[in-house]
Design a protein around this ligand. Structure first.
Ligand SMILES: [Zn+2]
Ligand SMILES: [Zn+2]
Length: 341
């Protein structure tokens, strides 16, 4: 089988690897679609994602769907031929955080396609991979494998919404109109936000945000005035830019909540503590997701959230280099996927 492996910065190879075997309770999945995420791009083009540095070859990919190819002894949740969304989160289920229902904070987390641990936890950009049964969510109906591979990023957006609290009737700012930004737009509408404003520094992402339900879009670089005064009840910083976080702080009404979703560059940052204090802002983080993955699978399979406008293109796994290049170019793409055909 083929596997896409990042050896170091700018060094991505398509290699052949042995097809893994299933053990008891395990499922062999053939990749359907795998979405290229910002973190995959960071690993490829920078050799690191925030503080997680590549120290050995890493198979990226944590946004995947597939088809069950074989099941091990005792597996009951799925059968051969089932279409599945795959959760990349292996939380231990036993630590305090897991027991409190915050598995994304698990003290023993193994997250697929991440260099946060050493040895790295290998990801899903490969023809076949083995998963524990509970990582596989079978789905019926005509939702495509490409749509199902949005379960992970949609879960990120839903979790960010959960961190923000009740949005019914509220005005919301989202800085960043990439995949997560656009999914946050859709999630905010599901949650009853009265008005959703999105900022970005490129036109194409903003057009996408409007297409999926943003009421107002702002070119943050050209029209900074539009976001200079307090007007939002909640803000989501999705772009991973400190300038955007400052925009959120300035544009938040007193008492508002700001949710940091994006990963900022790995460098010391000046901070905005006085504004937090004087406006009684709540600034909180949203990291991955927990139960929201289950919700995301349901929203996608019922098309309560229709992600099709966000899927720019699909490339065979062999063409991963081309796929990454398109995924990196935000003037051309929103979500790009590698697929097994
Ligand atoms: Zn991701
Ligand atoms: Zn745990």
């Amino acid at each position: 089988m083929l596997a896409c492996t990042i050896h170091a910065k700018d060094d991505l190879r398509i290699e052949s690897a042995a097809t893994p075997e299933v053990g008891p309770g395990e499922v062999l999945v053939r990749l359907g679609a795998g979405g290229i995420c910002g973190s995959d791009l960071h690993y490829y083009y920078e050799g690191r994602n925030g503080s997680f540095v590549i120290r050995e070859p890493l198979i990226p990919g944590h946004e995947a769907s597939g088809v069950v190819a074989a099941v091990g002894a005792g597996v009951t949740r799925v059968k051969v031929g089932d279409k599945v969304a795959v959760s990349p989160s292996h939380a231990c289920g036993r630590c305090d955080y897991c027991r409190q229902g915050r598995e994304q904070l698990c003290a023993n987390m193994k997250f697929l396609g991440s260099a946060s641990l050493f040895p790295h936890v290998q990801g899903m950009f490969r023809e076949y991979f083995v998963m524990g049964e509970r990582q596989c969510y079978p789905v019926a109906g005509d939702v495509s494998l490409g749509e199902l591979a949005f379960a992970e990023p949609l879960a990120v957006a839903l979790h960010a919404l959960n961190r923000a609290g009740d949005l019914l009737g509220k005005s919301v700012l989202i800085t960043g109109a990439g995949t997560i930004g656009c999914l946050t737009v859709m999630a905010a509408r599901l949650a009853g936000a009265a008005q959703v404003t999105v900022s970005d520094v490129l036109d194409r992402p903003l057009a996408k945000a409007r297409e999926v339900g943003a009421d107002v879009t702002v070119r943050a670089d050209r029209d900074a005035e539009a976001l200079a005064s307090p007007q939002f009840d909640a803000a989501f910083e999705v772009s991973g830019s400190f300038a955007a976080l400052k925009t959120c702080v300035a544009a938040a009404k007193k008492g508002a909540r700001i949710v940091q979703v994006g990963t900022l560059p790995h460098e010391p940052l000046p901070f905005v503590v006085n504004e937090l204090m004087a406006k009684e802002l709540d600034l909180c983080g949203a990291f991955r997701w927990g139960i929201e993955f289950d919700w995301a699978v349901r929203y996608l399979s019922a098309r309560r959230v229709d992600v099709r406008p966000l899927l720019t293109g699909q490339f065979p796994l062999q063409d991963a280099v081309k796929a990454f290049a398109l995924a990196k170019d935000k003037t051309q793409s929103t979500k790009v996927q590698v697929v097994c055909v």
